[in-house]
Every structure is written in C-alpha cells, then in structure tokens.
Design a protein around this ligand. Structure first.
Ligand SMILES: [Zn+2]
Ligand SMILES: [Zn+2]
Length: 346
C-alpha cells in the first residue's frame, strides 16, 4: 500500500508531517482529493492542550474543500468524479438521547474528524457519501469555509433570529463571523464586537451594521446608544471567556435570548437575578444541525468576504509552523488555510 504525508498533532505543542496509508474506498464511500483544509479554533485548543476531547496523536483537519476522485459501487449517481465537495466531519452514535431526539449535533459520543478520529490534513481521504455536500459554483477554497460557518449559522438558528431584530455577536473569529453573516442574512441589524479592528472590518464586509472595539469604547454605553437604551434582542457569545459570558446576560434586552458557542475554560460567576428579572433565555449551541445546505447557498450568493477572511494560505510542510504562529499570536488571524494542491500525488 502506498503512503502519503499528513499533518499529525503528536502531543500538545508538537506537530509533525508523517506518512500514512492512502485509503481504499468502501462500496458506500467516495475517495477525495483534498485541496484545502482550514485550521479551526478547536485545532488551536488541541495544540495548546486545552481541548479535553482532543486525542493524541491524530491527523488534524475537518474543514475540507475537496474534489471527488472515485466513487464506490453503492454511491448514488448525483456524486461524480470531478465534483467539488465539502464534508460533514461529525460522526454521531445514533443511539444516545440527543441522537434519538434528532439532535445529533449534541451527540454524547460524537467523534469529530481530527479530534477523536483521523482528520483530513493529507492528500487523499475516503468518506461515506452521506457526509458529502457538493456545489457546482463554489471553489474548493470556499468549500473549506463551509463547516466553520455552519457553527455560526446554527447559533443564529438557536437564537431564532428574525428580521428587524438587533443582534450582537461577541467575538469575530470565523465562528462569530458565521453568526454575523447568518443574522445579516435573516435581515437582522448586527452589532459585531471584538478587540481587533481588522476582524471588525471583515465583519462589516459580511454586513454588520455596527462594530464595537471594546478596547477603545465602553461596551455597555455603546450598546445602549445603538439600541435606544433597550439592549440587543439577541446576543451570541463566540469567545469563551468568563467576562464575555457575563457581558452577554448583562447586556441583552429584557426578554432577550443569549446563545453561547464559546467554551469558557473557567467557571463563570453570574448574578443570577438578572436571568429572572429580565426573563431571558440562555441557549447553548454546539456544532451544527442541517446548516450545510444553507451555508453553501449563502456562499453561492457571493455575499461573504472570502478573501478577507482567509488570513494566510500555507503548504502542508508549513502547516505545523503556521499553527504554532497562530497559537503565539491569535489576535489578527481569522482563518489559516492549508493548500494541499501541490503535494506529491499518488
Ligand atoms: Zn472547525
Ligand atoms: Zn449520539
């Protein structure tokens, strides 16, 4: 069996390019040539040793833009060699309560590629056809952005955002950017909040009506001014920091909704009277649920600032160093993408 290079997260703080086997597709699988893989905030936390689900060593990568090379004998006709696709990297158990309730994104034994099973940061992977989403209009680069954007789209769905509402998104990394885009797409007036001006510029390109840099102006006063003293109808937290967790409930309007996507790494102190007095809803949001087609058609509309979001493109050989750089200096980076097109072929 021939082998191919893959980026392996060996242990916290250490990556290596190692040779792995080139897979042979099963009858219900599709062999993909991987063209682009994005680095995720989850990869960053795995690299930092801060992601409790991360297994080591493991091939990284779950944000994939690929081309179909071969299809197994049981794969339906609509998937054909040459098509550009992305994939759903989650694998739910099918039997836990969440799965039985039709909420596989909250599966109690979910295994995401690159986290609890081998990822896609290599040249060829084989995937069950049911996991694929194709687009005849999107480039492999755009397709690699679909999965991270679905996470923000799902959060906006959880928050039941409707046209005309004022929606604040705290944190404008790629996940927050997906929430900005999804809320704008629903006709909301979006307030993007971050500590980095470059990210907020991108949020504006994605349609945010207002931006707030909390290192320069007071969050509370600025939100009050934008919302005529009411506070935002919905606040989506995409940072995972105790201070932003608290700010979300403190700043949301009476009867508003708070959606948490970020994982706070420390316990958060709340004045719980706020929950009751304002009668707010507090919602968790995990991965995505049926959001792939929505994100694909949104990207096909051409409204998303793809080029501005991709901060850097690197080769597989440079990928480990790029992840270490990102870890050392996360501020201005939205998305690092690994370009595998020039890796040696089979
Ligand atoms: Zn991701
Ligand atoms: Zn399950």
């Amino acid at each position: 069996m021939s082998t191919q290079p893959a980026l392996v997260l060996v242990e916290p703080g250490k990556t290596e390019v190692r040779q792995i086997d080139i897979p042979t597709p099963e009858p219900d699988e599709v062999l993909l040539q991987v063209n682009r893989v994005g680095f995720c905030g989850g990869d960053l936390n795995g690299f930092r040793g801060l992601f409790e689900l991360q297994e080591y060593p493991n091939v990284l990568g779950h944000e994939v833009g690929a081309t179909i090379l071969e299809v197994g004998s049981q794969v339906p006709d609509q998937l054909k060699p040459g098509m550009n696709v992305t994939l759903n990297p989650y694998l739910n158990c099918g039997t836990c309560l969440s799965c039985r309730k039709g909420r596989p994104n909250a599966c109690q034994d979910n295994k995401t590629m690159g986290v609890r099973r081998p990822g896609a940061m290599t040249k060829f992977i084989s995937v069950p056809w049911q996991k694929l989403h194709a687009s005849s209009q999107l480039s492999v680069r755009e397709l690699a952005l679909v999965e991270p954007l679905t996470v923000g789209f799902h959060a906006v769905d959880r928050g039941r955002v409707v046209a005309g509402e004022k929606v604040a998104v705290i944190g404008c990394g790629i996940v927050g950017m997906g929430a900005v885009a999804a809320a704008v797409n629903r006709g909301a007036e979006v307030i993007a909040i971050d500590i980095d001006d470059a990210k907020m510029q991108i949020a504006k390109l994605a349609g945010a009506a207002h931006t707030i840099n909390t290192t320069k102006v007071d969050l509370h006063e600025t939100l009050q001014a934008i919302t005529d003293g009411d506070g935002p109808d919905v606040i989506i937290e995409a940072v995972g920091n105790p201070a932003t967790y608290r700010a979300a409930v403190d700043e949301v309007a009476y009867t508003g909704r708070v959606v948490y996507i970020g994982y706070a790494k420390k316990p958060v102190d709340y004045n719980t009277g706020t929950f009751v007095r304002k009668e707010i809803e507090i919602l968790g949001s995990r991965n995505c649920l049926g959001d792939f087609p929505d994100v694909i058609s949104y990207l096909e509309s051409g409204k998303f600032p793809v080029d501005a979001v991709i901060s850097r493109e690197v080769s597989l050989a440079e990928a480990g160093a790029a992840l270490a750089d990102w870890s050392a200096n996360p501020g201005p980076i939205t998305k690092i993408m690994v370009n595998l097109d020039n890796e040696s072929s089979r």
